[in-house]
Ligand binder design. Structure first.
Ligand SMILES: N=c1c2ncn([C@@H]3O[C@H](COP(=O)(O)OP(=O)(O)OP(=O)(O)O)[C@@H](O)[C@H]3O)c2ncn1[C@@H]1O[C@H](COP(=O)(O)O)[C@@H](O)[C@H]1O
Length: 110
């Protein structure tokens, strides 16, 4: 797994008990899960809009910035629920060599 994700996950764990006045992550936890989910939703929309703009303009810098915001807030959500990025990278690793179309067909035949 990426060192950055691993290091960020450690910081996010520490920030759960930090002072909301000095930590953005702690301020999200203080406001509760609904606030964190609201931020994930906002960043998701901003990412979609940035992707549309990137297709038009060919400039992907805003898309990278917004996707980083989305990943970050998703990691805060996971952390809130006792999960880290490793759970997600392990799930992606499990899917290696499994075609998305094959997986879908297997699901539908169950
Ligand atoms: N990677 C990030 C990160 N990415 C984005 N953000 C913050 O996420 C917010 C994004 O919200 P918006 O774009 O909607 O901006 P906004 O209008 O200020 O947001 P709201 O007022 O609506 O909450 C901004 O305040 C950004 O600064 C982040 N805040 C923190 N981190 C990491 O988390 C660590 C801990 O941060 P603190 O808890 O603040 O110490 C930091 O050291 C960083 O590594």
């Amino acid at each position: 797994m990426s060192d950055v994700l691993e290091q960020l996950a450690e910081v996010l764990e520490q920030r759960k008990t930090a002072d909301p006045d000095t930590s953005y992550v702690a301020s999200l936890h203080a406001k509760g899960l609904n606030k964190i989910l609201e931020k994930v939703g906002e960043e998701c929309t901003e990412t979609l809009l940035a992707a549309k703009d990137a297709e038009q303009s060919g400039d992907t810098s805003e898309l990278v910035y917004e996707t980083a915001d989305l990943w970050f807030h998703t990691l805060v959500m996971l952390s809130r629920l006792g999960l880290g990025p490793r759970a997600i990278t392990e799930e992606l690793a499990r899917r290696f060599d499994l075609s998305g179309l094959e997986e879908k067909a297997a699901r539908k035949s169950q």
